[in-house]
Ligand binder design. Structure first.
Ligand code: AMP
Ligand code: TRP
Length: 335
């Protein structure tokens, strides 16, 4: 019996941060043995807002190296760059032709990003979730581990699969498998360090709002020292009036490996002056292996290129099989 498949991806925009790690990468790593894994650097998605070509290139390499540094093992997982497997773009066109526009204009992330872009909204931004559906469905994916912000895109992916199967498949032989999201409770929504009601995001103009995975110990120390807190003594989880407190305790819990109950007891009588150095130390220690492994990966000549080359070959094989079926089902003349 073949293993069930996992597919996930992240955009090579900006600097990957704690939210990306806790909401995504960390959860990809843990499942590697039980699944057949595909992890994609979605560079075509990164072009849906204005971008700089040189930055896109270097961000793509950095993100792929960070996948490996976070513990994704190229021996057990296929790591590849989206634009190097042309089936993704082709499949998107086929899905475009069966996706109602209002499904796309309803997407929360589209509305938020479009508002930020003002006059400059490209067609690609609207079409973003269709490309994401192509990513997932091409691999006949069973499970998609993501952060909570991607839930709506996954529902849309299932809607597109259902519609395609209904229009062009048969009950006995659906063309696409329906994927399930996997959103882990811990770390599903890491909040900004400067505003506990906003999610930690690469697009926040303030560097102080996030901890990047490659931040030096000095940067981590500075960011925690300056992060937003409140004037109340004694720290607690789940008090809606204290979003920063909940977020910081949550980070400490995950990186210390302690239970929520243990952290709640440990920190119940602490002030911020005592907690911040503790959190700083825990984060520095927790991120150290990633920084070290990253340096190894990028310092080994040719290593990353080989991983990506092999990755795109393996991915193309799986993706082309599905693309072929979809084209035939839609009535395209097959050579
Ligand atoms: P992106 O960098 O937007 O491509 O996101 C890559 C992955 O990180 C996705 O699975 C997101 O859901 C996840 N992610 C991004 N920001 C956060 C956050 N603040 N908290 C938890 N997960 C996040
Ligand atoms: N839209 C996702 C994000 O911003 C990235 C992404 C693209 C993705 N294609 C995917 C995630 C397929 C999971 C599966 O985080």
């Amino acid at each position: 019996m073949s293993k069930p498949r996992i597919f996930s991806g992240a955009q090579p925009t900006g600097n990957p941060h704690l939210g990306n790690y806790l909401g995504a990468f960390r959860n990809w790593v843990e499942q590697q043995e039980a699944y057949e894994n595909y992890f994609c650097v979605v560079d075509l998605h990164a072009m849906t807002v204005p971008h700089d070509p040189q930055e896109l290139r270097s961000n793509t390499r950095r993100l792929a190296a960070l996948y490996i540094a976070s513990g994704i093992d190229p021996e057990r997982s296929t790591i590849f760059v989206q634009s190097q497997v042309s089936a993704h773009a082709e499949m998107t066109w086929l899905f475009n032709c069966i996706t109602p526009i209002n499904w796309l204009t309803d997407m929360i992330q589209y509305k938020e990003k479009a508002e930020r872009q003002g006059e400059n909204v490209g067609t690609g931004l609207l079409d973003y979730p269709v490309l994401m559906a192509a990513d997932i469905l091409l691999y006949q994916t069973d499970v998609v581990p993501v952060g909570e912000d991607q839930k709506q895109h996954l529902e849309l992916t299932r809607d597109i699969a259902n519609r395609f199967n209904h229009l062009f498949g048969s009950q006995e032989q659906p063309v696409f498998k329906l994927p399930e999201p996997l959103i882990r409770a811990e770390g599903k929504r890491v909040m900004s360090l400067t505003d506990g009601t906003k999610k930690m995001s690469k697009s926040d103009p303030s560097e102080l709002s996030r901890i990047n995975l490659l931040d030096s110990p000095e940067e981590i120390t500075k960011k925690i020292k300056r992060c937003k807190t409140d004037p109340i003594r004694g720290l607690e989880f789940d008090n809606l009036e204290r979003p920063e407190c909940n977020n910081l305790l949550g980070l400490y819990q995950i990186f210390s490996g302690k239970t929520k109950q243990a952290v709640a007891t440990e920190c119940a009588d602490m002030g911020w002056g005592q907690f911040k150095p503790l959190l700083t130390e825990t984060l520095i220690e927790g991120l150290k292996p990633i920084r070290e492994r990253y340096a190894e990966v990028v310092d080994t000549p040719g290593y990353l290129d080989t991983v990506l080359q092999q990755g795109s070959e393996r991915a193309a094989e799986a993706a082309n099989a599905t693309l072929h079926q979809a084209k035939a089902a839609m009535g395209l003349l097959m050579p």
